[in-house]
Design a protein around this ligand. Sequence first.
Ligand code: PLP
Ligand code: COI
Length: 339
Amino acid sequence: MTKEIDWNNLGFGYVKTDYRYVSNYKDGSWDEGTLTTDDQITMSECACVLQYAQTCFEGLKAYTTANGDIVVFRPDLNAERLQSSCAGLEIPVVPKEKFLDAIHQVVKANKDFVPPYGTGATLYIRPYVFGKNAVIGVKPADEYEFRVFVTPVGPYFKGGVKPITIRVSDVDRAAPRGTGNIKAGLNYAMSLHNIVDAHNKGFDENMYLDPQTRTKVEETGGANFLFVTKDGTVVTPKSNSILPSITRRSLLYVAQHYCGLKVEEREVYFDEVKDFAECGLCGTAAVISPVGKIVDHGKEILFPSGMEEMGPVISKLRETLTGIQMGTIEAPEGWIQVI
Ligand code: PLP
Ligand code: COI
């Protein structure tokens, strides 16, 4: 029986579900892993994750399709990205099969929390790994925990799919040649003060520029950028210090192969942004959320698509991607795994 939740009015928040997956790494190997109902974690006060932030995570979603199946979207790519995050933080990699098995087990065990088709809500899946044993000299832990929990969610930005206003950030998200291209918890810790400050000043998000020259567009705290030129080309920033978004890779494919649009992944100078027709933020949580306005120290860029409606290209991309995820549009081979 599907749980009694007001699916249509869910925000992007944590709702405790029935089961989560836990596996421990000790003496050089991962144990088999198991489901548990216990949502609490007990560990040393000196755990490496608590002292030195040795943790990374993933985010993906499960959906109820139009014909009632429960599916997950491209989890193999999240498994691969978690492996590169682990490698960057000296965390033992989680084998791909173990990651996929954990996702399948947790979603299946919590199937009553997967929002029904048509509600606009989805089941957000959060896999993560952290260094668990006591470490006081700066070095990696020897023992780790890999966990996966799920939580039903609505839209990431308040107001659903209405265009948002973002500001150009004065601080950087990632160092040049730093950790911006992996999904390390530390990247998000350093963005917390800046997002609170942005919200206090009436902005929905921060636009980060490249940390080396501060002339090129990078990404926001939790999503990549897509722009649309006036002649309908989809443009997205190329950089070594942004997270390689799975949603972005999927949208670029959709733009090219389903919508017949030209796509360009290249350096995008902030000076060019005023000439684009549309702007969106893409990510698992954000899907593709329209940006109506960018404020750069009092100077405003208002996109022609305005503050009321999504622009036509972003709207088409969103419709097509969510159609693929919800099973109303045929997916490219391998994108959808049925639970
Ligand atoms: N960039 C950042 C900083 C993110 O946190 C996310 C979210 O995962 C993304 C981009 C989008 O990545 P994906 O589409 O794989 O969710
Ligand atoms: C995701 O989209 O999965 C993310 O990790 C973004 C997060 C900041 C909610």
